[in-house]
Ligand binder design. Structure first.
Ligand code: DOR
Length: 445
């Protein structure tokens, strides 16, 4: 089959595990990186039974494919917003080769059966690799402990309605006390949000969202999650850290078994975005101040925050056009995250190697995904070739996500994916998708 041809990438600027960029060639066979050298020739590898597909990567930079550890892809149940096929096409365009998806679908992913259903759907539809969280509820403790191969347990401590909201300390304590798998928390204090929602009732300016779900609501929940994690030495991951206060807290006390992530929007957008894009700036946790942006950046640069996730959470434009608070929270992200961060790198705010670490290497390490996140012999060939020279704007009409918009429309970015490779096979190349490709279920060691 042509799709399984070995690949020989020529003349790429290759990101090495030590963070340096070295010009050279990469040979891939059976989905694995087999050789990396200054110069490789197809004749070294051609045998009578197969040929080699050669890729000229002159002028391009080869990075490990992005592993996005927090996305909401809406299938099953909310496919009018997004589905696993459209979302994975958007991933391929964005250089995202693996994702970890959240349990707030319909039905909720709170049982082994619901997890298996998602895995089956993904095997049929996903162009890239996939993993799924199991959601914590009051009732589902046995499934939380045993469900496999879930990448972790997701707890919504706030910003969620219905069964997925787990905001009582006694119940949280019970979940933290049992088992040893990773717990990922959406940390916002629901009781505080509830009170403040009443206080600000009737205000339809979406900017009020950041005041209702304020910094204090996020800090209080993060403090509680940290307290429980320390009590049981339980592996904790804090999702989409959004405030300076939380970053400072983690700077002071962050046990070795705790990790944290930040989204591109919490780094690059702030409350001024409500004026320009209205409810398309509305998300949970909300956007904060320029001061928070700056402290989060510094925490990321200093290693207090470990990696980056998009929290890709698509809603239709019709839904977003509803007046606040009926407008849903969330924005898409997988198509723009890598270019957004690489643009920051090219503008001197960080290095390309740091971006690859935050968007791939560190994620693979934290979620214990074997053989991913580095360009090295024996590693899976999940790779992205990016163009760090050309700037192109984010345009609504280019978006492959089913929701069809971006909060970054008009931003002029570089570092766009030119070619995305999943398991040694090209799924996206110069604007074209190969929709017949399928990714694989991620393993967690
Ligand atoms: O803004 C958000 N929207 N944050 C979340 O954590 C959930 C998400 C969604 O599913 O829409």
């Amino acid at each position: 089959m042509s799709s399984d041809l070995p690949l020989l990438i020529h003349n790429a600027s290759i990101l090495q595990p030590d963070g340096s960029l070295v010009l050279g060639d990469v040979y891939i066979q059976n989905g694995i990186i087999q050789a990396i050298a200054a110069e490789l020739s197809a004749t070294d590898f051609s045998a009578s039974d197969h040929t080699v597909k050669e890729v000229d990567a002159t002028g391009l930079t080869l990075l490990p494919g992005v592993i996005d550890p927090q996305v909401h892809f809406r299938e099953p149940g909310l496919e009018y917003k997004e589905d696993l096929f459209t979302a994975s096409c958007a991933c391929a365009r964005g250089g995202v080769t693996s994702f970890l998806e959240m349990p707030n679908t319909r039905p909720l992913t709170t049982t082994q059966a619901a997890l298996d259903d998602k895995l089956n759907r993904a095997a049929e539809k996903c162009l890239v690799n996939y993993g799924f969280f199991i959601g914590a509820t009051a009732e589902m403790l046995p499934d939380l402990l045993e469900a496999t191969p879930a990448c972790g347990i997701k707890i919504f401590m706030g910003s969620m309605h219905g069964a997925l909201l787990v905001d009582e300390e006694a119940l949280l304590d019970q979940i933290f006390s049992k088992g040893d798998r990773l717990i990922a928390v959406h940390a916002e204090n629901q009781a505080r949000i509830r009170d403040r929602r009443q206080q600000f009732a009737g205000i339809t300016d979406p900017a009020i969202h950041s005041q209702i779900q304020d910094n204090q609501a996020a800090l209080e929940a993060t403090q509680l999650a940290l307290k429980l994690s320390k009590k049981y030495q339980r592996r904790l991951h804090i999702l989409h850290l959004s405030t300076a206060e939380e970053a400072e807290l983690l700077r002071q006390e962050k046990p070795a078994w705790v990790t944290a992530e930040v989204t591109p929007q919490h780094l690059l957008l702030n409350t001024s975005a409500y004026e320009t894009i209205g409810t398309r700036a509305q998300m949970n946790p909300p956007l904060r101040s320029p001061h928070d942006n700056q402290i989060l950046w510094q925490a990321l640069l200093d290693g207090v925050i470990d990696f980056i996730a998009t929290d890709h959470a698509p809603h239709t434009l019709e839904e977003k056009a509803k007046p606040y608070p009926d407008s849903p929270s969330g924005m898409p992200g997988v198509e723009t995250s890598l270019a957004l961060l690489l643009t920051q790198a090219m503008q001197g705010r960080c290095t390309v190697a740091q971006v690859a670490n935050w968007m791939s290497t560190a994620v693979a390490k934290a979620y214990r995904i074997p053989n991913k996140g580095l360009i090295a012999i024996g590693y899976d060939a999940d790779l992205v070739l990016v163009d760090l020279n050309t700037y192109r704007p984010v345009r609504r009409e280019d978006q492959l996500t089913k929701c069809g918009w971006s909060s970054f429309e008009g931003w002029n970015l570089t570092g766009w994916a030119v070619t995305t490779i999943v398991g040694g096979r090209i799924v996206f190349d110069h604007g074209k998708l190969n929709t017949s490709m399928r990714g694989q279920a991620l393993r967690f060691s």
